[in-house]
Design a protein around this ligand. Structure first.
Ligand code: 0RA
Length: 653
């Protein structure tokens, strides 16, 4: 940290204040990897969003610079530049150098704490080798620079200005943060969500590295969000929407029923996503069940002797976004993923109940469809329960009887065991003879796996392939699901690198996503990557396998450069692989083209193989992909598939 002349003791105090951030960055932004880097963007941009929520800004713009920096601009009030009463330096400098001083002190609007850590811009400053803050306010523009959190001189007035707003440009300190590129996709995703959650705000992302820009504006706010979540699903009715202030809080709910069996719900407090819900979600659910039952009874859709519809019944196929704003949000649980404010439960319950029952009264046709759907769900659930009980009675899912096609490994400790799910009997045969039978089990799958997105449990359990999977894994299903029974540490999907193979992978992923999500969450699910090409050397030399298309050109170019440097004679008229010193290039279309030995060497050998771990990085994205690919609507599926040729790579759920 450089010493500045004429800089007084208060700044030294400030520096000491930010030292802990540089010492233990993880404690403040979660990680020093890509997630932490993205968190830095969020930490700054959330302030601009906050200005928009309070009605002072209309735009937030994030620019990814070519030199590894990030610029975040908003047209809010601009960070105040006058002396801050407590610190004796400008509010701008205070906000940037004092921990937890990022929020608003004016009491107006809602304070939005930014997610998990919510630590303020000073943390970003501390973790940046350089940060430039520019403010437009009160007819002037101002600028101040920082290095590793330390002011490089005091704030300077740079001219007159007729606008207001804040522009923060920062370059993460690569001596602390990973030196990896920011992801355009992440910024897009974040800004899209903020645009959904803040009615009237426009967000922009620009990536100078690839010259791409994108902007988001959704007139309908969370109504548009619900529509987005339901893209590809057949809807039962239009979106229901309510937006009301209660006491000093605000409740917004948008929902729409679809012809699917899954519930999708996103609950937010002050724009912070609460993955584990909380009091707002509880209030909503209670009201939904009560209102639908009341309506059904009153209109004789539910007979006197019939049981009430359950919460699960009324939520089948529903997509809901709940957004509450409150002055002092409390988050609970280890990961602070759950809203805890008790008053929120009653607020959401009463606002939603009042307006949703009003909606049902006013829209009898829609109401009838919604109740009808819940009645069907109740009946189907009873049938599924009966089917499951029947199956359990017959012992179909019992661990004792392993599926006939399974070639199990001899090792009985799950820790050292893995199972390959292999497309087709012939590849299954090669995998069985090529495997390391101590640790590797093989389960060949014949034909297409059942599409569970469109089937209920009773139908699923009548499907041999699905039953084989459930039995082999040892974890049961639904009510009986229990991860402690998991028989393999790694479950590896091995399909051909073609359209059919991708389809089978997707069907399997759908199954895991819908019914065995903890397997994905626990990091147990992988996709095997068979090679696409083999570069053959003459003689007994080792061949080179290429696992993705882009890599082929790269490897060839490198080999050619190396041979040139060694002074090899190269004929530029020759095909590339020959120039690179290979005698042949083989393209692998399917697993079946490899013999047992090759299959093991290229795709199964733990020392050499390439596995892609399946992650639920963005369950929402996965949900929408599955719906587009697996749902009942054909058009979105077609669009999705044709717009994504390199599908497995993108399907990083
Ligand atoms: C402190 C007080 C006020 C605004 C802000 C900070 C503020 C911070 C950031 C960070 C990025 N953009 C921002 N915009 C505003 C209140 C200002 C007032 O009362 O006029």
């Amino acid at each position: 940290m450089s010493k500045q002349k004429g800089y007084d003791s208060s700044s030294i105090q400030v520096l000491e204040g930010l030292e802990p951030v540089r010492k233990r960055p993880g404690m403040y932004i979660g990680s020093t990897g890509i997630d932490g880097l993205h968190h830095m963007i969020k930490e700054v941009a959330d302030n601009g969003i906050d200005e928009a929520i309070a009605g002072h800004a209309t735009e937030v713009r994030v620019t990814i610079l070519e030199d590894g920096g990030i610029r975040v601009e908003d047209d809010g009030r601009g960070i105040p530049v006058t002396k801050h009463a407590k610190t004796g330096v400008s509010t701008l400098e205070t906000v940037l150098t004092v921990l937890h001083a990022g929020g608003k002190f004016d009491g107006g609007g809602y304070k939005v704490s930014s997610g998990l850590h919510g630590v303020g811009v000073s943390v970003v400053n501390a973790l940046s080798s350089k940060l430039i803050a520019e403010v437009h306010r009160d007819g002037h523009s101002y600028v101040q620079e920082f290095a590793a959190g330390a002011p490089q001189g005091s704030i300077k007035k740079t001219g007159t200005s007729d606008k207001t707003g804040t522009i923060i440009t920062f370059w993460p300190d690569t001596s602390i943060m990973a030196d990896v590129p920011f992801e355009y996709e992440w910024v897009m995703d974040y800004l899209r969500h903020q645009a959904y959650l803040t009615k009237g705000i426009k967000t922009f992302v620009e990536d100078k590295r690839i010259n791409k820009t994108y902007s988001f504006y959704f007139e309908g706010g969370i109504q548009s969000y619900v529509k987005h979540l339901n893209a590809g699903k057949e809807s039962v009715e239009e979106v229901f929407y309510v937006d009301k202030a209660v006491e000093d809080c605000h409740v917004e709910v948008a929902l729409q029923y679809t012809e699917t069996y899954v519930e999708t719900v996103k609950a937010f407090a002050n724009n912070v996503f609460n993955p584990d819900g909380g009091t707002h979600l509880t209030g909503f659910r209670t009201a939904l069940t009560r209102v639908i039952n009341d309506y059904a009874r009153k209109n004789s859709l539910l007979k006197e002797k019939e049981d009430n519809l359950s919460g699960e019944d009324v939520r089948e196929g529903i997509t809901t976004v709940i957004l509450v704003k409150l002055p002092d949000p409390q988050f609970e649980g280890q990961t602070k993923n759950k809203l805890g404010n008790p008053e929120m439960r009653g607020y959401v319950e009463s606002v939603f109940a009042e307006w949703f029952s009003y909606y049902l009264e006013e829209h009898p046709a829609a109401a009838k469809k919604i109740v009808g759907k819940a009645l069907l769900a109740a009946r189907a659930r009873k049938a599924a329960r009966a089917a499951r009980e029947n199956i359990i009675r017959k012992g179909v899912l019992d661990g004792a009887s392993m599926p006939g096609k399974l070639a199990d490994c001899s090792n009985k400790d799950p820790k050292d065991s893995e199972i390959y799910l292999v497309e087709g009997d012939s590849a299954g045969g090669s995998a069985k003879s090529g495997r390391d039978s101590k640790s590797q089990a093989i389960l060949p799958l014949r034909g297409k796996v059942l599409n569970v997105e469109r089937a209920r449990l009773d139908k699923m359990l009548a499907n041999n392939e699905i039953v084989s999977l459930i039995k082999a894994f040892g974890v049961g299903i639904e009510d009986s699901f229990d991860m402690s029974g998991l028989r393999y540490n790694r479950i590896i999907i091995m399909t051909d690198a073609d359209v059919d193979g991708s389809h089978i992978s997707t069907l399997l992923l759908t199954f895991f996503f819908r019914f065995m999500r903890p397997i994905i969450e626990g990091g147990h699910l992988y996709l095997a990557k068979p090679p696409l090409f083999e570069l053959v050397k003459s003689g007994k030399a080792e061949n080179t396998f290429i696992y993705n298309e882009e890599n082929l050109d790269k490897v060839l170019a490198e080999k050619i450069a190396k041979r040139k440097a060694e002074g090899s004679k190269i004929n530029p008229e020759d095909e590339m692989f020959r120039q690179a010193g290979f005698s042949e290039i083989k393209r692998y279309k399917g697993l079946g083209e490899m013999n047992a030995e090759q299959l093991f060497e290229t795709t199964m050998d733990p020392e050499k193989r390439v596995l892609v771990q399946v992650k639920i990085e963005d369950a929402e994205k996965a949900d929408s992909i599955f719906n587009k690919l697996m749902g009942s609507e054909v058009e979105p599926r077609k669009n999705f598939i044709t717009s994504r040729a390199k599908f497995v790579k993108d399907l990083d759920i």
